[in-house]
Each structure stands twice: as structure tokens, then as C-alpha cells.
Design a protein around this ligand. Structure first.
Ligand SMILES: Nc1nc2c(ncn2[C@@H]2O[C@H](COP(=O)(O)OP(=O)(O)OP(=O)(O)O)[C@@H](O)[C@H]2O)c(=O)[nH]1
Ligand SMILES: [Mg+2]
Length: 327
């Protein structure tokens, strides 16, 4: 039976996906419950929503002090990108410009002490950015390295004027923790050092609005050995930010797939994002565990199939596919 979920429900669901605090999550789940069509086909969804709501309500309110704040930021949206760089590189300014979050942006170094997440819109999806404290000689808290290890992608952020020093500092200090940042697609060196983590990164150069920026960039290209293919940007003028968004989406290695209910137009507003190479079965599980269990067949329109082709769970999807699951 089809669940016939409404656009209002989908919108609340998207708010849930973008929610960061427990309060925001609770509000979105309550709205999803209000908006879900009440019939037999959605009984499981309703029960699932109710149990998630009561679980969130039971959660004790976060106490500050005693055990200190938690630093782990759960992944949301199409992927999690952490901002890594020396002090004053412009990390917080990027998160402030590109998301609704408002981390402190300051002229003095070491202004950021906590991880601050925000959602960056890219076309019809959003990508999670996490502002981090700087990498510096003085002190880096161990959880910063953990955040780098668990992220999907790193934005290595340095200013145009001190890009070389910035790159050297980050390389050295992360190296002490056996972490190496490498251009996307070139993570694995020919001879990887045993026990090291090679993390894909996009090199972001800030301050493109400054008078000497372009000269500084040329110098960087001549001197740096790693083929970074950097993204120059300005958080002041906004230059380069759109291109950075596109490269980041591509670097995440995910694709957008759209769902469609039988007899209806596809929902082209709210794609699901899945790792490249995912199958119809992966999509069904992502939508709902129950849907995967009751799966009969699917029809696919788009690059991976001829129009309306009937497929099974093993069918590999492609970016832009529209999928209609029958159960
Ligand atoms: N002109 C110009 N100034 C920038 C740009 N990005 C950041 N700034 C300025 O650079 C200073 C540092 O910016 P932040 O975003 O606080 O730097 P940060 O990397 O978060 O610094 P820490 O939190 O100490 O690691 C601020 O005064 C910003 O206004 C940019 O693209 N152009
Ligand atoms: Mg900062």
C-alpha cells in the first residue's frame, strides 16, 4: 500500500534532516506526525514517529559544566565537511556566510573553541559544514582530530597571503597524529604509510577580495608540490563560493535520486542522497526499513534505465534517477 506522503510532510522531514539541536528535531518530528496522512498504509510510519518523539522527550536536557560539552556532531544532509586550518584563516567566516549558523568571526586568532555545524544549501540538497577550532602549535584538543577522522571531507582553509605557511603547519601537526590531507581522488599515495589515515580534502584559499590575492595564488601554484587544484574564495564578496559548493558536492561522491509514488508526478524537490554506486535496495532501506522488507519491484526513469524499466533491488542507480517503489 502506498503511504501517499504529502509535500507538507516532506517539508517537515527535510527540516528534521537539517535540524541540529534536539529541540529542532523534536519540533520537526511532531510536525511530521501531524502531517502524515492517517490511514492503514502509514501506521508503521506513525508508530515510528511516535517512538522517536517519546525517545527525544525522555532525553535529559544537556547540562553544561560537569562533564563538559560533547563535541561529536552527527552527520546531516548530503555529507559532513569539517573546516581545518591555521588560526584566522577565515573558517568561521565561511560557515557564517554559507549557512544559517553564526560562529564568532574575529580579527584575533583562536576565536573558535567549539565545533559549530551549519547546513550549506547546494541546488536541491544541503551539505553539512562544521567549523572547528584552529590547528596551531599552542594546543589542539584531541577531539578536533577525531572530528577530522570521522568527517566525509575536509576543507583545508588557508589565506592567500599565508597559504604556504598554513599548509606546512597543518601538514606537520596532523602528521603527528598520522593524518594526511590529500586532494580528492588522490588520497592513496603509491606507498601509503602503514596506520595512516589519508583524508580527501579541498584546498580553500580565502581573501580573494584582497588586492594581492591573485599574485599570492600564482606564487602558491609555483611553489606547492601537491596538485591541489585550489578553490579561491572570498567570504566578503562571495566570489568563488558557488564553484566551491559544486566541487564539494562532487567530492562527496554522492548522487541524488528522486522518489515517485505510483500514478503520481515524481517529487523533484526533495531528493535522497546516496553514495555513488548505491542500488534500489539501498534507496528502499534509506526511505524506510519497512519498505525494504516489503519490496516487490521498482520502476526507474533516468540515466540508469530505459523509461519506466522494471527493476529489482540489485539495480545500480545513477545521479538524477527517478524511482517508484512498489510494495
Ligand atoms: N577580506 C577578507 N577577510 C576575511 C575573509 N575571510 C575571513 N576574513 C577575516 O579574517 C578574520 C578571521 O576570520 P575567522 O573566520 O574568524 O577566522 P578563523 O579561521 O575562524 O579563525 P580561528 O577561529 O581563530 O581559527 C576576520 O577578521 C574575518 O573578517 C575574506 O574572504 N576576505
Ligand atoms: Mg573561527
Amino acid at each position: 500500500m502506498s503511504a501517499n506522503l504529502t509535500p507538507a510532510y516532506r517539508a517537515a522531514e527535510e527540516r528534521f534532516r537539517a535540524a541540529i539541536t534536539a529541540e529542532e528535531k523534536l519540533a520537526a518530528l511532531e510536525e511530521m506526525l501531524r502531517e502524515v496522512p492517517k490511514h492503514k498504509g502509514t501506521e508503521k510510519i506513525q508508530a515510528d514517529l511516535k517512538s522517536r518523539i517519546s525517545k527525544l522527550r525522555r532525553q535529559p536536557k544537556k547540562k553544561t559544566g560537569a562533564r563538559g560539552p560533547t563535541h561529536h556532531i552527527p552527520r546531516e544532509g548530503a555529507g559532513q565537511v569539517v573546516l581545518v586550518g591555521p588560526p584566522n584563516a577565515g573558517k568561521s567566516a565561511l560557515v557564517a556566510r554559507l549557512t544559517h549558523a553564526s560562529p564568532e568571526v574575529a580579527e584575533y586568532p583562536l576565536s573558535t573553541r567549539e565545533a559549530t555545524p551549519g547546513m550549506m544549501p547546494f541546488e536541491d540538497v544541503s551539505i553539512q559544514l562544521v567549523d572547528l577550532p584552529p590547528i596551531c602549535e599552542e594546543h589542539v584538543e584531541p577531539w578536533v582530530y577525531d572530528s577530522i577522522r570521522t568527517a566525509d571531507l575536509v576543507w583545508l582553509v588557508v589565506t592567500a597571503e599565508s597559504s604556504l605557511e598554513g599548509l606546512e603547519l597543518v601538514d606537520r601537526l596532523l602528521g603527528e597524529k598520522a593524518i594526511a590531507l590529500a586532494p580528492v581522488g588522490r588520497e592513496g599515495p603509491d606507498e601509503p604509510r602503514p596506520g595512516w589515515l589519508y583524508k580527501p580534502a579541498v584546498l580553500v584559499i580565502t581573501g580573494l577580495d584582497r588586492p594581492d590575492a591573485r599574485e599570492d595564488l600564482e606564487l602558491l601554484d609555483q611553489l606547492v608540490e601537491v596538485p591541489w587544484d585550489e578553490s579561491p574564495v572570498s567570504s566578503v564578496s562571495g566570489e568563488g563560493l558557488e564553484e566551491l559548493g559544486r566541487r564539494t558536492f562532487e567530492a562527496l561522491g554522492v548522487m541524488r535520486v528522486y522518489s515517485k509514488q505510483p500514478g503520481k508526478e515524481p517529487d523533484l524537490e526533495q531528493p535522497f542522497t546516496l553514495p555513488l554506486g548505491s542500488t534500489v535496495g539501498d534507496l528502499a532501506r534509506l526511505i524506510h526499513q519497512d519498505l525494504a522488507a516489503k519490496f516487490k519491484f521498482a520502476r526507474v526513469w533516468g540515466p540508469s534505465a530505459f523509461d519506466g524499466q522494471k527493476v529489482q533491488t540489485s539495480h545500480v542507480l545513477e545521479e538524477g534517477d527517478v524511482v517508484e517503489i512498489h510494495f
